[in-house]
Write a protein that binds this ligand. Structure first.
Ligand SMILES: [Zn+2]
Ligand SMILES: [Zn+2]
Length: 291
């Protein structure tokens, strides 16, 4: 029993310690997600200000500060709170003989670093695309995912407005993805993580980018805006589910970009009654009777 308590406490303290060290610049700069997130946010925000797509949209758009809070809440406060539980699960699974390595289908370490990173990125992106579809497909998951779709004016910080439960929904398949790759992230996985944060920020930004012919590969603001459309094509429960890559939507036919004016109604039917503040958005999904 002591072993489990120790694992829990040391992971929890370790994450607090790491976050604090990041804030005071005591970690290598390329693993500093605290200042990295701030730097990417400022760059994308500056580009929104200089090259706005919806010119009438305010620099401090609706819910700007709330989304800023979500950003830090999901990235750091939640990460600290959950770290002990994740560690505990790892130790428990280890004790019954399931380790992250026991599923390894390929030995990534023999490959050149760039290939490891590309494969790692593609597999993680695919399992997240699939999880995202599930969030739209099943009512009990959609209740929580509604938080992300309650955005009425789109800007970069909306990227990280999502219910903390989503971290748990994405976790199983992400872990599975890492497991088939040998149970650990490539040494330079931070490149992939920073790239995904930047693409996610751009996808939600008020900047008209389509990446030209690369739009069939990379998700972009025009495509993702339609993911947030209030009115969906008849007979669908969503379109453009892509996270960093748009590829999966094109392959599986869930792509939908009818025009690119940027001026469409966002949200979902019934969002007038959806809570507008952080606390109630976070309790909404746990209430019975919500759909
Ligand atoms: Zn969605
Ligand atoms: Zn989104």
């Amino acid at each position: 029993m002591m072993k489990y308590i120790d694992a829990f406490v040391s992971a929890f303290n370790g994450t607090i310690d790491w976050t604090w060290k990041s804030i005071i610049f005591e970690v290598p700069w390329y693993t500093n997600y605290f200042w990295g997130l701030i730097a990417i946010s400022l760059v994308v925000w500056l580009l929104e200000i200089v090259f706005p797509w919806r010119k009438e949209q305010s620099i401090f758009r609706k819910d700007f500060w709330m989304d800023g809070f979500y950003m830090f809440f999901n990235f750091f406060l939640f990460a600290i709170a959950i770290s002990g539980f994740y560690k505990l699960l790892g130790v428990l699974f280890g004790d019954i003989g399931i380790t992250a390595q026991s599923l390894a289908l390929v030995d990534l370490t023999r490959w050149p670093m760039w290939l490891q990173l590309v494969v790692f990125f593609i597999i993680l992106d695919f399992v997240q695309w699939f999880t995202h579809i599930m969030l739209h497909r099943y009512a009990f998951l959609w209740k929580f995912h509604k938080v992300h779709h309650s955005v009425k004016e789109m800007g970069f910080a909306a990227h990280l407005r999502y219910h903390w439960m989503e971290n748990l929904f994405y976790k199983p398949l992400k872990t599975f993805g890492v497991m088939i790759l040998g149970g650990f992230e490539p040494e330079q996985a931070y490149i992939v993580h920073f790239f995904a944060i930047a693409i996610g920020h751009f996808n939600h930004s008020n900047i008209k980018i389509t990446w030209g012919p690369l739009k069939y590969l990379l998700n972009n603001p025009v495509m993702h805006l339609y993911h947030h459309a209030y009115d969906l094509p008849k007979g669908t429960y969503g379109v453009n589910f892509g996270i960093s890559l748009s590829l999966w939507d094109y392959i599986f036919g869930t792509n939908h970009i009818p025009e690119d004016s940027g001026n469409i109604k966002l949200g979902f039917p019934g969002d007038e009654k959806f809570p507008k503040d952080f606390i109630h958005q976070n309790t909404y999904g746990f209430k019975r009777g919500q759909k």
